[in-house]
Design a protein around this ligand. Structure first.
Ligand SMILES: Cc1cc2nc3c(=O)[nH]c(=O)nc-3n(C[C@H](O)[C@H](O)[C@H](O)COP(=O)(O)OP(=O)(O)OC[C@H]3O[C@@H](n4cnc5c(N)ncnc54)[C@H](O)[C@@H]3O)c2cc1C
Length: 397
């Protein structure tokens, strides 16, 4: 195993990079964590941070189960702010196949899930209106966490374990040696630092860094803009309430804190719309706000008396099969350069498992807690995609 005296540079200190840095530092590796902003200042700060295990593919479901366990018991690392609200998934008959198969494979992994018919669901969740719904899956152990708290906790624990950090510094490009191996990272001010390896956790900014490094280097990923409405809940519908993934309306509803309520989209059309990450729109349109408010009050009648608190747009780093790319980029001629990007709008909850997986491959370990081959870049050319059991639902891949 290679124990170079030069650090492994982890570029990007969101929930992904901070977790990678923590896991590498815990393995005794020399680590340099770098960000152009502060830890969690990228898309992590915009996350609605749902923590669920409902996933189509077994490998990702196993990673979600592991990660849920870590986020529920985060005390040795820091504060995750996990709230065990439970989460329900509502579908009509067209989603029957997907929901049944997911629920049965989750049960085999030991996840508590309950399949309810709409009548039983209405008794269990009297706040919700189940019109148009044929199938309900309930995950009692899911919830939500504090994405910024998790990322900053991982970053500070990595520092305690010896990682060095440079924040407020944009990495302009990676410098390679004559054989195409990672040599150093070059900052925008022209200075550079030697590194044995680099791990890109740079989300929607990845292709810009790769393009500056090698003119033809780019990954099959793009940025998309996701509007979120924040509503204030009326009296009587406050406190911890179940999260609703309304697959029929392609929206999700997340009661947060004492009195807020977040609405976001599960519409794959939004995922497909490519935007320039440097010019992400900042205002949520009136059409979206009305659609969100109407959908929320149809599904949760109490929300007819909710009022708009604020709104914002966050970016997803999408890939064609809605799953991350975790790999060494040697097939692009970049040796000792690794990436964990393309998280496609569901990477927060997976950050404990992704951080461990990436640290293991970057450290050269041959023991893999989670098999990284599922996330290899080559799947986009070999066609071994991580297909969702859902058709036409975004994010819940
Ligand atoms: C609206 C919204 C809702 C979401 N909801 C959920 C959810 O409910 N559950 C869930 O699991 N996930 C959710 N996600 C997705 C999840 O938040 C992200 O997948 C995850 O937080 C991404 O973390 P990251 O570390 O990969 O990216 P980021 O947090 O974006 O971190 C990347 C970092 O890299 C830095 N960087 C980039 N390029 C450079 C460079 N060249 N030099 C130096 N630094 C650089 C940036 O400054 C940034 O801090 C949501 C995302 C959004 C936007």
């Amino acid at each position: 195993m290679d124990h170079s005296d030069k650090p492994i540079a982890v570029i990007g200190a969101g929930s992904t990079g901070s977790s990678v840095a923590y896991h590498l530092a815990k393995m005794g590796r020399k680590v340099l964590l770098v960000d152009m902003g502060q830890p969690a200042s990228g898309t992590t700060s915009r996350s609605t941070a749902l923590v669920r295990t409902h996933y189509s593919n077994e490998i990702v479901a196993r990673m979600a189960v592991y990660s849920l366990g870590v986020l529920r018991n985060f005390g040795k690392i820091g504060q995750s702010g996990f709230v065990n609200s439970g989460m329900v998934f509502l579908g009509d008959h067209s989603l029957k196949d997907g929901m049944e198969r997911i629920s049965s494979s989750l049960s085999k992994l030991g996840v508590k899930t309950e399949s309810l018919d709409p009548i039983a669901a209405a008794e269990r969740f009297p706040d919700l209106d189940f019109s148009g719904i044929d199938f309900v899956d309930f995950e009692p152990e899911s919830g939500y966490a504090d994405s910024v708290g998790v990322a900053t906790s991982y970053a500070s624990k990595a520092r305690q374990l010896g990682a060095e950090e440079i924040f407020g510094a944009l990495v302009r490009r990676l410098e390679l040696d004559a054989a195409g191996r990672m040599h150093s990272i070059e900052f925008v001010d022209g200075s550079s630092i030697h590194c044995s390896k680099a791990v890109l956790c740079t989300n929607v900014w990845t292709n810009s860094l790769l393009g500056n490094t090698k003119h033809d280097a780019s990954l099959p990923m793009w940025a998309s803009a996701h509007p979120v409405a924040v509503l204030r809940r009326p009296k009587g519908y406050e406190g911890v309430r179940v999260i609703v993934a309304d697959l029929e309306n392609k929206t999700y509803y997340k009661p947060e804190g004492k009195s807020l309520f977040l609405v976001g989209s599960l519409d794959p059309k939004i995922d497909q719309k490519k935007i320039d990450p440097e010019n992400c729109p900042s205002d949520v349109s009136f059409e979206f706000l009305s659609f969100y408010a109407e959908s929320a009050s149809r599904r949760i009648p109490a929300m007819k008396d909710g009022v708009l608190h604020s709104s914002y747009i966050g970016m997803y780093d999408m890939t064609p099969d809605q799953h991350p790319i975790v790999d060494e980029l040697s097939e692009m001629g970049l040796e000792n350069v690794y990436c964990c990007v393309g998280l496609s709008g569901h990477g927060f909850k997976l950050c404990p498992a992704l951080g461990l997986m990436v640290a293991e491959i970057a450290a050269g370990s041959t023991n893999h807690t989670f098999d990284p081959s599922y996330f290899a870049l080559s799947r986009f050319t070999t066609g071994r995609l991580l297909q969702s059991k859902y058709v036409n639902i975004g994010t819940i891949a």
